[in-house]
Write a protein that binds this ligand. Sequence first.
Ligand SMILES: [Ca+2]
Length: 109
Amino acid sequence: MSLSSILSADAIGSAIKDCQGPESFCPKKFFQVCGLAMKSPQDVKKVFGILDNDGSGYIEEEELKFFLQRFCPTARVLTEKETKTFLSAADEDNDGRIGLEEFQAMVRS
Ligand SMILES: [Ca+2]
């Protein structure tokens, strides 16, 4: 399973291009531009599984840092500030990691 079987390469490219500069990453905009915001809950779940690199059932801060690289291997890593902002925007129960339901809620918002 890879992200390119769910999202189009063009859409991923546009979304990555949009946040090339440090501190320019906006999760909501990214999910819209890459097309994930319009995908079914099943597809969003597959993407969650890819982002949860160690299969723990949660996306932790260390995995979130490499968020853009899961979409495009040559993309940059997120800055510490972007990672923390992203995490706190999604982490509704404040356990310091993103669960599937939190991820789905964020993608669709
Ligand atoms: Ca994990």
